[in-house]
Design a protein around this ligand. Structure first.
Ligand code: GUN
Length: 288
């Protein structure tokens, strides 16, 4: 297996998106625009934001980073979002999480224009996914599903186990896999005997952020394991899975780095283009 299987997939998706942007521009449409709001100087967030901006440039999306000081108030962030919501050159808005502790993430997310919410975190977009009418859906779970589709890994009828109940990964992924016909179990910090549950998984997804959380005795032989953990450990970026021990037992283990991560960025770009087409009246329905 390639150690950068996700990078190759992301490159292919980004080439498709770039071709679409180019065709729209040739017809006289304006460039798609993504605004990224970053509050403070969390080192991981700075890296993620830089990666997202670089990827935007590669497909012809104009990105702007609104880097606000850590001391910015919730009201100031909300005011910035209102301004961006009214800016016709901005089609997608993303607030990089986590926010500093004095800012209520839920209030900020609710202040986003749902039509520009390219993270799919606004309650209206959550509800659209819940009711099987997805429009803008969160990038990380979308990246996982896209990865499985492009690897021709069937989801319907599978027993899926997700280690994460977060707004960013676990909860939306549970809905997406459920909508695709999987039986889904969501595990979290209060789950007793995690290994007994994960051993039943045909498809195991870990996004807990804990080094070597998933060990060889916790996986079903021949299963598919998707590692979405990003941990900085002994000077290296590693996932949640003890890769050396687990890889020989399973049909597929996605690597970290170079696995689902790059596909996630491609999904953000795809969402930005979807929001853009919706705002320009190029879609007949919100979900295309
Ligand atoms: N921080 C970690 N993952 C994400 C994500 O998908 N979106 C945003 N906005 N912040 C994040």
């Amino acid at each position: 297996m390639s150690t950068a299987i996700g990078r190759d997939l992301a490159r292919a998706i980004q080439a498709e998106l770039a071709a679409e942007v180019q065709a729209l521009r040739a017809q006289g449409y304006p460039p798609p625009g993504l605004a990224v709001v970053l509050v403070g100087d969390d080192p991981a967030s700075l890296v993620y934001v830089r990666n997202k901006s670089r990827a935007c440039n590669q497909v012809g999306i104009v990105s702007s980073v609104h880097h606000l000081p850590r001391t910015t108030t919730e009201a100031e962030v909300v005011a910035r979002l209102a301004h961006l919501g009214a800016d016709a050159s901005v089609h997608g808005i993303l607030v990089q999480l986590p926010l500093p502790a004095h800012i209520d993430e839920t209030k900020v997310i609710e202040a986003l224009s749902p039509d520009k919410d390219v993270d799919g975190f606004h309650p209206l977009n959550v509800a659209r996914l819940f009711t099987r009418q997805p429009f803008l859906v969160p990038s990380t779970p979308a990246g996982i599903v896209e990865f499985l589709h492009r690897q021709h890994i069937a989801i319907a009828g599978k027993q899926a186990v997700i280690i994460s109940a977060s707004r960013i990964v676990g909860k939306p992924l549970a809905l997406m896999l459920l909508n695709e016909g999987a039986a889904v179990t969501v595990c979290h910090i209060y789950t007793r005997d995690l290994a007994a549950i994960t051993r039943e998984a045909d498809l195991l997804v870990s996004a807990a952020g804990k080094v070597k959380l998933v060990t060889a005795d916790m996986v079903k032989p021949g299963s598919v394991v998707v590692d979405v953990g990003i941990n900085f450990h002994e000077g290296k970026t590693v996932g949640d899975v003890d890769a050396a021990a687990v890889a020989p037992r399973v049909a597929l283990l996605t690597p970290v780095p170079g696995g689902v991560g790059p596909v996630t960025v491609a999904m953000l770009l795809r969402n930005t283009l979807l929001a853009y087409k919706h705002q320009l009246g190029l879609l007949s329905r919100p979900d295309g």
